[in-house]
Design a protein around this ligand. Structure first.
Ligand code: MD6
Ligand code: FE
Length: 225
């Protein structure tokens, strides 16, 4: 790699941080799994998710093609990702309440900034957090994240609750995806050359987590605008 080692950047920015200790697995030129990175934030995340979902409850959105998604979704931050018969887009208003999405909780911003920095993206400031709720059988078919304006900004994705298998494909839909298991507390960061890789989640298997029960919650942080 020609650029500065991202691990060193993190150490310089946050000297003495225990965050430096969590394991970093490289899954692409500019894509990493930070194993257990969100563990330290667990209590704050659980409280913040409850606050967000009490104001903007999970709902099953409809795709432009007319299919109801098996993953239930909501958002927080200045913009939220929405889908309906008219298409996919970011919206400042929750279409259910017609009011702004709940503000981004401080713990969300902090976690997403630190995780991005650990992967070498030191200027990341998320303005949109999509919150996904998976039940057994819920899946996310192979897709690219391309509704954002600036593809130089990475994506930070936090897994909580029961484990799931992440499909990590290539830049063409035809490229055979890798299967990457993701567990409670794992964070995936990707950007740069990997930003537009196809990806998805296999149907969730029945399992149990002490706080989240049968569910998997995923927080996906993006710079939308
Ligand atoms: C999920 N994640 O993990 C769905 N997108 O539930 C995504 O669609 C995703 O994990 C872009 C970058 C990372 C992701
Ligand atoms: Fe995605």
């Amino acid at each position: 790699m020609t650029h500065t080692d991202p691990a060193k950047v993190t150490m310089d920015l946050f000297p003495g941080s225990t965050i430096y200790e969590s394991k970093r697995e490289q899954i692409g030129a500019e894509a990493f799994v930070l194993r257990g990175f969100a563990q330290d934030y667990e209590a704050d995340l659980i409280q913040a998710i409850a606050n967000v979902t009490s104001n903007a409850p999970f709902r099953h959105m409809v795709t432009p093609g007319g299919f109801t998604m098996s993953v239930a979704m909501t958002n927080c931050g200045s913009y939220g990702w929405v889908s309906d018969r008219k298409g996919y887009r970011y919206s400042a208003l929750d279409p259910v309440s017609q009011t702004p999405w709940p503000a981004m909780p401080a713990s969300f911003l902090d976690l997403s900034r630190h995780a991005a920095a650990k992967a070498g993206f030191v200027t990341f400031a998320s303005d949109a957090c999509l919150v996904n709720c998976y039940e057994p059988g819920s899946r996310l078919s192979l897709h690219q994240d391309k509704d954002e304006l600036d593809f130089d900004q990475p994506i930070v994705s936090v897994s909580l609750g029961v484990p799931a298998v992440f499909l990590f494909g290539g830049l063409s839909r035809k490229d055979k995806p890798e299967r990457i298991p993701l567990f409670h507390g794992d964070v995936v960061v990707w950007g740069g050359a990997d930003r537009l890789r196809y990806h998805g989640i296999l149907p969730l298997k029945e399992s149990h987590h002490p706080h989240f029960g049968k569910q998997r919650i995923n927080l996906t942080f993006r710079k939308a605008v």
